[in-house]
Design a protein around this ligand. Sequence first.
Ligand code: ADP
Ligand code: MG
Length: 265
Amino acid sequence: MPKKTTAPLLSIRNLRVAVREKEILRGLSLTIRSGEIHAIMGPNGSGKSTLASTLMGHPAYAVTGGGAALHGSNLLDLAPDERARRGLFLAFQYPRELKGVSLRSFLHAAYEAQMHDRDPEHKKLSPLRFASMLTGVMRLLQMDPAFADRSVNEGFSGGERKKAEVLQLNILRPELALLDETDSGLDVDALKIVADGVNRMRGPAFSAIIVTHYARLLEYIVPDHVHVMIRGKIVESGGAALAHRLEKEGYAKYGVKERIALDEG
Ligand code: ADP
Ligand code: MG
């Protein structure tokens, strides 16, 4: 048996992924160890969301080469729910609506499923106990408690959807979170609240990949490693200072015109 304790949390080796016959990821390698926060920055269309969707097992993304292992075992053969059970969480760039399912019942069901997978002896929280935990986290995220009784994401603004993703992150407490542009569309106050929500999770048992277009979020969530993704590959890696350099210089040195310091508004 391989020594699983020494395997990195996530190991991506030379990953190639095609969408509708078009190759998007073109040999991407990345290693994440427990407790590390990694940021992936890159211009639009470089394949950041493709990486997130592939890691979560979205059926539209066909792996054509390379591989990815979670705790040393193959991740890419697992069904999406099995990946979630093994501790992977994805905050979507474009969170979807779940009509007719309240945020409260959605989160409670997801929470019980996760807790049961982690510990089959886990005793279910009563709706009342869960509600009080939920209210506590919502207060930290400065979300109106009334949101808990609304359908998931239905009629939520962009910023509210992003907060709902971080709420889910804080409730489920996954081992590895992939946050895909969780900062987009947030004003500075909301950005800080979202960053606090992620920072509260930091510790030896939590890792994250923060996908972002802008360095701004990384002022508040200081990453251990920053990677630059261009045309489906990581072309440079460094520490937190790399994000600042990218903000100043954009991606011109990689042959890309787009600047990244602009706000989307
Ligand atoms: P990023 O998140 O870095 O902006 P994406 O991963 O969203 O980049 O997109 C990378 C490329 O893959 C783009 O050219 C995009 O049009 C294409 N692509 C991604 N997902 C799909 C899809 N489901 N169908 C068709 N093309 C896609
Ligand atoms: Mg994207």
